[in-house]
Design a protein. Structure first.
Length: 282
């Protein structure tokens, strides 16, 4: 669902907008334009345009439409848009669909698997289902979307976008592995429509099984930027990832067995100094 803007301020004849949110966003109901399904059906006596916020599934939206159609408020409440539906969980390396936080990313230029040094742009909706662990385990209330959820959504967008940037490598899939990231937050994000925009770039030095990349992801809501994530990553073929993991696991276990009682990591991590180290580093 695209981003909506209420025209009520410009056209007083239009009914106001109400956002319906799921029960996980209990604190957000303090604002009069944010309601639950129960409150909408029991307490509204004036006309309104109704839009889905976070925590409302497509099935709940359909059920709401049916309930309104068979209620005395059918002439007052007009549903607009549809809830964001999350991408398939496997594409963002999840098992539980409740922890999927983005819609299917759209390639801005419509050309998948076109590796270049230019920008490869993607766009996705923020999709926050009811029951996601990053809401349930957040202790300060749910009036706004927790920053850790936004960070996870940005990572999911990069994860889903990387395989669509690079040519298929036989039976292997490309997997993005971050080795650097930073985040900035300029405004709170609330449980209504928001969109993520990603720009991925190949930064040179690519090999058959490894492509260095950067990504910038921006979250926008109500026509302004609320958060930005910057990522440095390598895209690896799945075969290469397995080799690196086995090698680094063996090294970690050997070091742990040989230096029992030593103080770990006495200083900042040393940067790779040889070509082989840089290649093996995720």
């Amino acid at each position: 669902m695209g981003e909506h803007t209420s025209n009520a301020a410009r056209d007083p004849a239009l009914p106001p907008v109400l956002w319906v949110v799921g029960p996980d966003f209990a604190a957000s109901r303090s604002h009069p334009t944010t309601v639950t399904v129960e409150r909408l059906l029991s307490g509204r006596t004036t006309a309104a345009r109704v839009r889905p916020g976070f925590g409302i599934s497509p099935q709940q939206w359909q059920d709401l439409a049916t309930s309104i159609a068979h209620s005395p408020r059918a002439a007052l409440l007009h549903l607009e848009g549809a809830p964001e539906a999350g991408v398939d969980a496997a594409r963002v390396l999840k098992h539980d669909p409740r922890n999927v936080l983005i819609t299917d990313p759209l390639r801005a230029d419509g050309r998948d698997h076109q590796t270049s040094t230019g920008t490869m742009a993607f766009d996705a909706g923020l999709a926050v289902p009811d029951g996601t662990e990053m809401i349930l385990d957040h202790t300060i209330g749910q009036r706004h979307v927790p920053g850790m959820l936004i960070i996870e959504a940005m990572i999911q967008l990069v994860t889903a976008a990387v395989p669509r940037c690079l040519p298929a490598d036989g039976a292997d899939d490309w997997i993005g592995v971050m080795h650097g990231c930073s985040f900035s937050f300029s405004h709170f994000t609330f449980p209504i429509t928001a969109r993520l925009h990603a720009a991925l770039r190949v930064t040179g030095g690519a090999s058959t099984h490894r492509v260095p990349m950067t990504a910038e992801v921006t979250l926008c809501q109500a026509h302004r930027e609320t958060a930005v994530g910057l990522f440095a990553l390598n895209a690896f073929s799945s075969a290469r990832i397995s080799e690196i993991e086995r090698s680094q696991e063996a090294g970690a276990l050997d070091r742990a067995a040989g230096v029992e009682g030593a103080t770990p990591c006495p200083g900042p991590a040393r940067q790779p100094t040889t070509a082989s180290e840089r290649t093996a580093s995720p």
